[in-house]
Ligand binder design. Structure first.
Ligand code: ARG
Length: 247
């Protein structure tokens, strides 16, 4: 039932045959989502969520393989069994709950809106539907614009541009192809650092991040919930927050 397999080759043969093989679960991430999940300069997956799942795996007695992939297809990949969980700043939504199960929440964020520093655009301009807006495809930021600006008739759907990853959005905002961008605030701060781009406001969505797990994988869901609860009560949780400047 799992995308991961058992690691019989990596585990030394038990003398008595009574050491259980360790299950490997494949964890899908967006490799462009700092500080939660990204690829470091040596090409290794890193970040707050990546370190969290490694700790939880150790705590719960399984192994993980971190699999960077396209964000827009990440839930289908989970449903189709290519990966075993999504642990990458994924917001718990009712729509997604129809397809997958979610762990208990481990983080809360708002959406943020960014514009070019010297553009003079405000959060009101954004909310009035007068700007050309960029968002990462398949995110709650995109969904917010669709629901609140396009479906209400405030903005033409042509004024929403979607991209595979957020660095591409930030690039087009910088070079003026977009007037504004919407994204979860922590990765937005990371994406605009050092660029002539500023956050002009937040939309208080109060979204909760959770780990998505295939429906039916109840043991894994229980184990992740136990692991998250244990992690959040452990001093390591505070260390992670400090390390990734989220305290
Ligand atoms: N939290 C938002 C969502 O669930 C954005 C997530 C983007 N995450 C990522 N790893 N790119 O849609």
């Amino acid at each position: 039932a799992f995308a991961g397999c058992t690691s019989s080759e990596e585990t030394p043969a038990p003398a008595q045959g009574d050491v259980p093989e360790t299950t490997i679960f494949i964890v899908g991430i967006d490799g462009e989502y700092p500080p939660y999940s990204y690829i470091d300069s040596e090409g290794n997956p890193q970040g707050f969520d990546v370190e969290s799942v490694r700790w939880i795996a150790e705590n719960q007695g399984f192994e993980v393989k971190i699999q960077p992939m396209a964000w827009d297809g990440i839930i289908p990949a989970l449903v189709n069994g290519k990966i075993d969980m999504v642990y990458s700043g994924l917001t718990i939504t009712d729509e997604r709950k129809e397809k997958v199960n979610f762990s208990i929440p481990y983080w809360v964020v708002n959406q943020s809106v960014a514009v070019q520093e010297d553009s003079g655009y405000t959060l009101d301009d954004f909310k009035n539907g007068t700007l050309v807006i960029g968002a990462q495809r398949g995110t709650t930021g995109q969904m917010w614009v669709e629901k609140n600006l396009i479906e209400t008739g405030l903005m033409s759907k042509d004024n929403l541009k979607t991209y595979d990853n957020f660095p591409l959005v930030a690039e087009d905002l910088k070079n003026g192809r977009l007037d504004a961008a919407i994204y979860d605030k922590p990765p937005m701060l990371d994406a605009i650092a050092g660029k002539p781009i500023v956050i002009v406001g937040e939309i208080n969505t109060g979204e909760e991040y959770g780990v998505a797990i295939r429906k039916g994988d109840v043991d894994l869901l229980n184990s992740m919930n136990e692991g998250i609860t244990t992690l959040m009560a452990d001093p390591y949780w505070e260390e992670l927050k400090i390390k990734y400047e989220m305290a």
